[in-house]
Structure formats: structure tokens, C-alpha cells
Write a protein that binds this ligand. Structure first.
Ligand SMILES: [Zn+2]
Length: 103
């Protein structure tokens, strides 16, 4: 199952290439998206109500995150939370929730 959606704007950030996948290993979803060509994985728990868990960098090469300004190593080494995006997790979820396959 994969869902693609239009870009979404949150607090001046533009989220693009948004893809939703069932998570492996827990009852949730992985929402992949890019901001300025850097990829992130927004992990969501399919609880009621649906809950944001974490937002991880998922970079293909070592680079400075445009959101938190930290140097991030490529995935899977640099699979750490983006603490600045984490502050916006509920806002981001509010924008995405209508596209998600949950009741
Ligand atoms: Zn970051």
C-alpha cells in the first residue's frame, strides 16, 4: 500500500514527495517526505486518536539538515530524530491526516 499526495505547507516549510507506507514491526505508518530535497520519515502510531511518534532524517548523503542545521550522516547511520521537525509534528499530522488510511 502506498499513497502519494500533493505537497503540503507547514510553517513556511514545503513537504513534497509524500508517500505513506504501512510500518513494519509496529501498528503504524511511515510517512516519507522531502523538504528541499532532503528526506525524512515521519512515524505514526495507528492508535485512536492517531499519534505522532518521531520524525527521522533519512538522507542519502552526508549533509546539513536545512531544518535543524545539524550535520546528518546518510541513512541508516544518520537515522536520528530531527528535533526541529519534531516540534511541528502535530501541525504536520493535522495537514496529512485527511490523506491517511485510518478511520
Ligand atoms: Zn533536522
Amino acid at each position: 500500500m502506498e499513497i502519494m499526495m500533493e505537497e503540503v505547507k507547514v510553517r513556511g516549510l514545503t513537504l513534497k514527495n509524500i508517500k505513506v507506507n504501512e510500518a513494519s514491526g509496529y501498528n503504524g505508518m511511515d510517512i516519507l517526505f522531502t523538504i528541499q530535497d532532503q528526506q525524512y520519515n515521519f512515524m505514526i502510531a495507528k492508535t485512536n486518536p492517531i499519534m505522532p511518534l518521531n520524525i527521522l532524517h533519512r538522507f542519502s548523503e552526508k549533509s546539513i539538515c536545512h531544518v535543524c542545521n545539524r550535520t546528518i550522516y546518510p541513512y541508516p547511520v544518520g537515522n536520528q530524530p530531527c528535533l526541529e521537525l519534531k516540534k511541528l509534528d502535530k501541525l504536520i499530522l493535522d495537514k496529512l491526516i485527511k490523506f491517511l488510511p485510518v478511520k
